[in-house]
Design a protein around this ligand. Structure first.
Ligand code: FAD
Ligand code: NAI
Length: 470
């Protein structure tokens, strides 16, 4: 049993915790990481961002080769799917990425303790084995909770990770299901629904609300839904699943209109439950340590991400804010810089979001609906990719860029992109907005030609005055 002392003990090695640990070590702290998984990287690297993007990329190539090359004059035999190789590659991508974090930990002399971390009191963390026995006791000047989140369960639809799966099971299916029903048209439902549709499943997405992807600008959402429907995703909006019965031939789902009415039955080989994630706080010893939760069950923190107990901090999915890897990482850096006596800071107003479907959807800042609600006078500049020569050359003219700017000052307040390279393009909007750019500023920046990023310049010109190419 180790009885060691550190400047910082981090609980949870996801993108919040592992990035915080590395930055803390760079700042000269002695750092311990307590992680209950056997690999580093948390949800994101093991069962989230990275495996899902590997499958999105493979399935995108499969679809492209199968359907989209004819227009370029490239004639290919219908491609065959080597499913085992596709899944093996995904595993290799995950393995290389988690090993990369292990390497960085060694390089930065971070000590990893494998086991569940339980806070005994400010300054003391026990590391528990799977049977609950205390393996190690660590003392620390500061403790950082980065325990992340878990799948929100749906009453009446019990996940078995075989026929009724969470996102974790949906990344590990043993074959392409003929019929997949996805419950929840959020980011996971749309990304993983797209993966399996591209690989050959008949996919129906059941969503409680009467729109898909809540949180995205309405105009973008409407375009997005049309694009996904054109690809073959079926949507049942304003509907809720109330019961699931698993039998030999699959799963029978009872679906009712959200506002009440007659129920219907949907049959599926596999059902994916993707109705959101909830903070993971079980077993952390928060009660005993006196760490308070918010009414929504997340850990309560102040503006510096310190919990109600001095010396205990929390970041990432377990606190308020968007459940995104890059947000968790920025939280982590801010905390350890604050502990080191620097001015740790995150601009939570400018956290970008990306949905990695095809087209991609990316946004930063306010939606039009949010500006209306806040009674802000705004103007809109829009530019469709059909008008962009590089998009035409690439054969990816679906979508548009929308810039929202303050009517009085011209400051950019929100950028929303739906298009093939939206996820890459949004970084420019983030940079500009971090420096409080006006639409005119972006419109006057020289963009390389021909690149799809010229569409952001044109949309900014449209918001400020007039686009050139429209
Ligand atoms: P996590 O990554 O959840 O890590 C927490 C870690 O803490 C886990 O490893 C857990 O085992 C460990 N832990 C918990 N309690 C204890 C304890 N008591 N002791 C020891 N260890 C403990 N976000 C994006 O930005 N981009 C994406 O493309 C994206 N794709 C996603 C796809 C899927 C399918 C899913 C499920 C999520 C995706 N996300 C994505 C969200 C992203 O994974 C999370 O926002 C991110 O992982 C949060 O980081 P975190 O460090 O707060 O927590
Ligand atoms: P989500 O919150 O994005 O979407 C859940 C959806 O389920 C919502 O549309 C909601 O209205 C719907 N819903 C809720 N209850 C329902 C019910 N009973 N029946 C039918 N529909 C119901 O959650 P999701 O997709 O599970 O993802 C969780 C989190 O993971 C996201 O919030 C996101 O932050 C993160 N993530 C990020 C990704 C990215 O950045 N590309 C990719 C995947 C996940």
């Amino acid at each position: 049993m180790a009885n060691e002392s550190f400047d910082l003990v981090v609980i949870g090695a996801g993108p919040g915790g592992y990035v915080a640990a590395i930055r803390a070590a760079q700042l000269g702290m002695t750092v311990a990481m307590v992680e209950k998984r056997t690999t580093l990287g948390g949800t994101c690297l093991n069962v989230g961002c990275i495996p899902s993007k590997a499958l999105l990329q493979s399935s995108h190539l499969f679809e492209e080769v199968g359907h989209d090359l004819g227009t370029h004059g490239i004639v290919v035999e219908p491609p065959k799917l080597d499913f085992a190789q596709l899944m093996k590659r995904k595993g290799e991508v995950v393995g290389a990425t988690t090993k990369g974090v292990e390497f960085l930990f060694k390089k930065n002399k971070i000590t990893t303790f494998q086991g569940a971390g339980r806070i005994e009191k400010a300054g003391t963390v026990s590391v528990l084995a799977a049977d609950g026995a205390v393996k190690d006791t660590l003392t620390a000047k500061n403790i950082l909770i980065a325990s992340g989140s878990e799948v929100t369960p749906l009453p009446g639809v019990a996940v078995d990770e075989k026929k009724i799966v969470s996102s974790t099971g949906a990344l590990e299916l043993s074959e392409v299901p003929k019929r997949l029903v996805v419950i929840g048209a959020g980011i996971i439902g749309l990304e993983l629904g797209s993966v399996w549709r591209r690989l050959g499943s008949d996919v129906t997405v059941v969503e409680f609300l009467d729109r898909i992807a809540p949180g995205i600008d309405d105009e973008v959402t409407k375009h997005f839904q049309r694009a996904l429907a054109k690809q073959g995703l079926k949507f049942k909006l304003g509907a809720k699943v109330t019961k699931a019965e698993t039998g030999a031939s699959g799963v029978k789902l009872t679906v009712e209109p959200a506002k009440g009415g007659a129920a219907e039955t949907l049959e599926a080989d596999v059902v994916l439950v993707a109705i959101g994630r909830r903070p993971f706080v079980e077993g952390l010893g928060l009660d005993k340590a006196g760490v308070k939760l918010t009414v929504r069950g997340r850990i309560e923190v102040d503006a510096h991400l310190q919990t109600s107990v001095p010396g205990i901090w929390a970041i990432g999915d377990v606190i308020d804010g968007p459940m995104l890897a890059h947000k968790a990482s920025e939280d982590g850096i801010a905390v350890v810089e604050t502990i080191a006596g620097q001015k740790g800071h995150v601009n939570w107003d400018l956290v970008p979001s990306v949905v990695y479907t095809q087209p991609e959807v990316a946004w930063v800042g306010k939606t039009e609906e949010q500006l209306k609600q806040a009674a802000v006078a705004y103007k809109i500049g829009k530019y469709p990719f059909t008008a962009d020569p590089r998009s035409r050359a690439n054969g990816t003219t679906e979508g548009f860029v929308k810039v929202l700017a303050d009517k009085g000052t011209d400051e950019v307040l929100g950028v929303h992109i739906i298009g093939a390279e939206a996820g890459t393009m949004i970084a420019e909007a983030c940079t500009a907005m971090e420096f409080s750019a006006s639409a005119e500023d972006i419109g006057r920046i020289c963009h390389a030609h021909p690149t799809v990023s010229e569409s952001l310049k044109e949309a900014a010109l449209a918001a400020w005055d007039k686009p050139i190419h429209l």
